[in-house]
Design a binder for this molecule. Sequence first.
Ligand SMILES: Cc1cc2nc3c(=O)[nH]c(=O)nc-3n(C[C@H](O)[C@H](O)[C@H](O)COP(=O)(O)OP(=O)(O)OC[C@H]3O[C@@H](n4cnc5c(N)ncnc54)[C@H](O)[C@@H]3O)c2cc1C
Length: 185
Amino acid sequence: MRSSVGAGNSAGQAAIYLARSARSVTLLVRGDSLAKSMSDYLVKEIKATPAVRVRPQTEVAAARGDRRLTELVLRDRRTGSEETVPAAALFVMIGATSHADSLPGQIARDQHGFILTGRDLTGADHAATGQPVPLPLETSMPGVFAVGDVRAGSVKRVASAVGEGSVAIPQVHQHLLRQASSAAS
Ligand SMILES: Cc1cc2nc3c(=O)[nH]c(=O)nc-3n(C[C@H](O)[C@H](O)[C@H](O)COP(=O)(O)OP(=O)(O)OC[C@H]3O[C@@H](n4cnc5c(N)ncnc54)[C@H](O)[C@@H]3O)c2cc1C
């Protein structure tokens, strides 16, 4: 049995993908249904995939094994009761973290490491640096823009990442105009 933890689209896609090669895939979901956090087309696809079983109100209490995973202890969140089940693999699909650590410290990030832009930057940041108020996709470092998943508050979707990329271009032009006019004055 393979287990996938999570109830978002990534977990759903992973479960369906794994079901192509695994005899049985169990989706472990802390909430009471997938509908709250997963796209309807995926919920339907999961229902139509016999190898995928959904186990709601369940969390992983322990993962055991010697050289490799052999079993999971699953806790029922309603009753607190625990059950040990065999497990050949566990895929954790419970969210993404930002890998923006290599950027300079002057580029402000939120507590999860996602880059702050535009109005998410507090007034105090600008007052301290004396920099103009940033454009909507501009970071706390003037002239540096952030788009897509790495940007705090962005919708984590391909279309929105691409859209933000296109929206950033006129803002780059605006920034260059700002620079040119401040150099001229
Ligand atoms: C399993 C899964 C399923 C998904 N399914 C969907 C879906 O069905 N529909 C949908 O719309 N979205 C889906 N998404 C979300 C979608 O993939 C992202 O929202 C989208 O890819 C974001 O684009 P991006 O350009 O911001 O980031 P990414 O696509 O992550 O691109 C960032 C790029 O930057 C590179 N990079 C990182 N650090 C550095 C560095 N220091 N120097 C140079 N390059 C660097 C990375 O290697 C990567 O190529 C899914 C995501 C996952 C994980």
